[in-house]
Design a protein around this ligand. Structure first.
Ligand code: CUA
Length: 169
């Protein structure tokens, strides 16, 4: 914390304050760059943080709205809701169909252990925990078959736990 000069290894004077200021500036610049990267990824890529949308008792989830009727339903013009159950080692339903251009809200819960729910090349990426309801929304403009799968290790059949979203023309 001395203010002016001290001695370098060869006895030359070193301005500690200037070096300290320099490295403090670098750390501030790195923090600012990381903050900007977060803001950019949220704005630019539509990153959504899964929010608390409710709880459901996993033992009675099958009898509880809306999980007593898993599947696709239209909730508005061009807007569909997909209600899905995750359990070892499948999604129910494992295949859903929506028309191209639809906005789809996925609503899931788990009946047993922690599962994942991921659709590559979209922002749909959820951790599906028993007792917790989770949601993610994405607009599907391109017709095609979208693979969805569990990406949280959930036991022996984890690697076969997957499904399809078919976006029809
Ligand atoms: Cu379910 Cu991995």
């Amino acid at each position: 914390m001395s203010t002016t000069a001290c001695c370098g290894s060869r006895g030359s004077p070193v301005d500690i304050d200037r070096l300290e200021r320099f490295w403090i500036m670098i750390s501030i610049a790195v923090l600012a760059a990381l903050m900007l990267a977060i803001v950019y990824s949220v704005r630019g890529f539509g990153v959504e943080v899964p929010t608390d949308v409710g709880q459901v008792d996993p033992r009675t989830a099958r009898e509880t709205e809306p999980f007593n009727q898993p599947g696709v339903r239209q909730v508005g013009p061009g807007h569909y809701e997909v209600v899905m159950l995750a359990e070892a080692w499948r999604f129910e339903p494992s295949e859903v169909r929506v028309p191209a251009g639809s906005t789809v809200t996925f609503r899931l819960t788990s009946l047993d252990v922690i599962h994942g729910f991921r659709i590559p090349n979209t922002n749909v990426n959820l951790m599906v925990q028993p007792g917790q309801v989770v949601e993610a929304t994405h607009r599907f403009n391109e017709p095609g078959t979208y693979h969805l799968f569990c990406h949280e290790y959930c036991g022996a059949g984890h690697h076969i736990m997957d499904g399809m979203l078919i976006v029809e023309r």
